[in-house]
Design a protein around this ligand. Structure first.
Ligand code: GLC
Length: 722
């Protein structure tokens, strides 16, 4: 439709119909089998009137339901305005790939693109028009359950991977049925909730907001994301969905965003519990004034928007502007001509879990695994076949993560299946070793597990935290392995030292005790559908681990949050990895550094960083510097290494981080092979926000390093001249 036709359509709509376009319902309420509904279920009850006017729905299962929803609505809507169908496709629809925090460990934007492209193909045939993805909330506190959903503690990594996902998902033309619109979330700083507690208050300085939290959302909008979702939290005193500074001044004003703003689930209604709205009607007013276009699931807009306009409290122009943004998005998706978009039951049968998608998911599961420790245990020799597989994850199918689609576990390749796929002759002895539930204190299974371990050629200990212990509303105050897993591991390793621990978890855990006695530890996160195949190939060396931590692993929960890009303070501890140094910034009872730092990860081979060189030692504001890092594979196996580039600005008008990632590149090297990895550094990468909130750079000395956080191996200096 033309813009003219859209405006004509708008003029033909009643106030109630306009308000209806800004209402999103749970599809489950209109479909016989109620689907899983996140968040508090709104009082919004399905009705013929609601079905007639509603503008969008979320959470449906497949193409058949998508078409039925669309048919049911269009039959009742006199204007024949198609629904927007939205769904959380966070890391795969039917073929699940690793959780975003794991994808961050790949340090591979192209891999993120490839996985997102696969998810797009499956989402489009399912009938999805909009995915609530990417989630790019920078998260620095592993107590927060939703850290699993973001790529990293590092804003640059978050932004680049989020932008790659947007490009892959939206393609070059949203009108093509195979493309899906992205809704970037949760704007803003949702990951900074006090005490790592979900939905909690966020209070950060303007500079922290601008430097740490906003860049990733902006990168996704710059990549073309058509929607954005304000976060549940209050930000500096005002809940995001009613925060005019965030939504009008920055989003619409500074950034010029013209797309759709959709609230999070019931977030408009929650303005009442936040204490900024007296009632649902007041909440509707605040959200509309702040520029929230769509009210997700709650009925604030449905019940009150028309009256607010009639009584002159809310302008009809504001409502019209919101409705036009929604109509334009539907039009850009081609829904007026093709309301089903890509929904296709036949294609679903061909595309879901196809071999190509499984290969992508398996490769991603391999590339995101992080080898934390390996004292000559891994890879297992091919001859190792008599294997004890022990632990609560030994036969687990829930290896997909909180935001995998309901039922994903039905398709997971378990560890035994993966091992048998690789080694049909393998003899597996499987023992859970602990209680049916993770939290069980039952230790009766440990003896049997120890016995099984004692007689095996090798032992695999499959440990971690239950899938439902991370994700939305799943913050934890402790970060240890739940239940008696550490005791199980200690007893098993005493019985057989040829043991490798593999971990399945959605957040950085405290592994301090475990790694003190375990000879090999491989972090698998929640690897998704192809988990078992990836585990087997990694353990037997068909794949070489190359993941690097996208978030540091704390030594203790007391250190959290402990971001890698910390400031030096006026009393830095001389050896941050040692115990107390009185009267310096330290703890009496633990070192400052995490157990494993951001950017750390081992391989089955070794790499030497031989040289870091700059093509000049001075740079003007419009100049750039070429940085060359020479790295060599000094081991006996081919492998991938992520070369990381860190910046330090030792003297500036405000304190600056002791290390800040400014670029990264992954290289594949055969044994003995050497690579010269070339980066270009420009003045843009030297910028920060000064005391007055201005983004700028300052002349002076800068240091460029390579290695990984807290372990910078080579450093060179250059000067930014006036
Ligand atoms: C949830 C989440 C959000 C999700 C939305 C729809 O509460 O906060 O990330 O997209 O509701 O399911």
């Amino acid at each position: 439709m033309t813009e003219q036709a859209l405006k004509k359509l708008l003029e033909s709509m009643t106030l109630e119909e306009k308000a209806g376009q800004l209402v999103q319902c749970n599809a489950g309420q209109f479909i016989a089998n109620q689907l899983e509904i996140t968040g508090p279920d709104g009082e919004m009850l399905p009705s013929e009137e609601l079905n007639r006017v509603m503008g969008s729905v979320l959470t449906f299962e497949d193409a058949k339901q998508a078409k039925a929803l669309q048919d049911k609505h269009l039959a009742a809507d006199p204007h024949k305005i198609p629904l927007l169908l939205m769904l959380d496709v966070i890391h795969g629809l039917r073929t699940t790939y690793p959780i975003p925090l794991a994808m961050g460990c790949s340090f591979d934007d192209d891999l993120v693109y490839e996985c997102a492209d696969m998810a797009r193909r499956e989402s489009s045939v399912c009938g999805v028009h909009v995915t609530f993805n990417p989630m790019v909330d920078t998260a620095r506190d592993p107590r927060w359950g939703r850290i699993l959903e973001t790529n990293s503690e590092e804003p640059l990594l978050n932004g680049r991977m989020g932008a790659a996902l947007v490009r892959a998902t939206q393609g070059d033309d949203l009108g093509k049925p195979e493309n899906v619109a992205c809704c970037v979330k949760h704007y803003a700083a949702y990951g900074a909730g006090e005490a790592g507690r979900d939905y909690n208050t966020v209070d950060v300085s303007e500079r922290m907001l601008r430097e740490t939290y906003l860049p990733a959302y902006k990168a996704c909008l710059d990549a073309g994301a058509r929607l954005i979702m304000p976060s549940f939290n209050a930000l500096n005193g005002v809940p995001s969905v009613a925060n005019k500074y965030l939504m009008n001044d920055i989003l619409r004003g500074e950034w010029g965003f013209e797309g759709v703003v959709i609230s999070d689930y019931d977030a408009v209604g929650e303005l009442v519990s936040h204490g900024v709205a007296a009632d649902l009607k007041d909440a509707a007013r605040l959200a509309m004034e702040a520029g929230c276009d769509i009210d997700m699931v709650k009925n604030a807009y449905y019940l009150h928007l028309a009256n607010l306009v009639r009584e002159g409290t809310v302008s009809e122009e504001a409502v019209d502007a919101a409705v036009m943004r929604v109509l334009r998005l539907k039009n850009e998706l081609g829904l007026f001509e093709n309301p089903y978009h890509g929904a296709d039951e036949q294609a679903e049968k061909e595309v879901y879990l196809c071999e190509k998608h499984r290969e992508i998911a398996r490769r991603a599961a391999e590339e995101t695994a992080v080898l934390l420790k390996n004292e000559g245990i891994l890879p297992f020799r091919r001859e190792v076949k008599h294997v004890a597989l022990i632990g609560p994850f030994a036969e687990e199918t829930r290896l997909n993560g909180f935001w995998s689609r309901p039922g994903a576990e039905r398709y997971t390749v378990t560890i035994p299946e993966g091992i048998r796929n690789l080694l049909p002759e393998a003899e597996l002895i499987i023992e859970r070793g602990c209680g049916a539930e993770f939290e069980d204190t039952d230790r009766s299974g440990i003896d049997r597990a120890v016995q099984a371990a004692a007689g095996a050629d090798a032992v695999i200990l499959a440990l971690g935290e239950p899938e439902n212990d991370s994700g939305e509303g799943r913050s934890r105050a402790e970060l240890d392995l739940p239940g008696p897993q550490a005791e199980l591991a200690r007893r098993v390793i005493e019985a057989n030292g040829n043991t490798a621990i593999i971990l399945f978890n959605g957040r950085p855990l405290v592994l301090t005790e475990l790694v003190s006695f375990a000879p090999a530890v491989l972090e698998m996160w929640y690897p998704g559908t192809e988990a078992g195949n990836a585990v087997a190939r990694l353990l037997w060396g068909e794949a070489n681990p190359c993941g690097k931590l996208s978030a540091g692993l704390p030594r203790s929960v007391g250190q959290c949050p402990n971001p890698y890009n910390r400031m030096n303070t006026g009393r830095p501890k001389p050896e941050p990895d040692s115990r107390a140094f009185p009267f310096t910034s330290c703890y009496l009872d633990t070192p400052n550094l995490p157990l494993y730092s951001f950017g750390f990860g081992l391989s089955y081979t070794t790499f030497a960083y031989e040289k870091l060189s700059l093509d000049r030692t001075q740079m003007t504001k419009d100049g750039e510097i070429r940085v060359t890092v020479t790295v060599r594979n000094t081991g006996a196996a081919a492998g991938k290494e992520t070369v990381q580039l860190y910046l330090r600005d030792p003297v500036a008008s405000v304190v600056r981080p002791v290390q800040q990632l400014i670029d990264y590149r992954k290289v594949f090297l055969k044994p003995g092979e050497r690579a010269e990895v070339v980066f270009t550094v420009s003045e843009m990468q030297l910028r920060f926000f000064d005391m007055n909130g201005r983004e700028m750079s300052e002349p002076g000395e800068f240091r460029i390093s390579t290695g990984y956080a807290d372990h910078l191996l080579l450093t060179e200096r250059f000067e930014l001249t006036k």
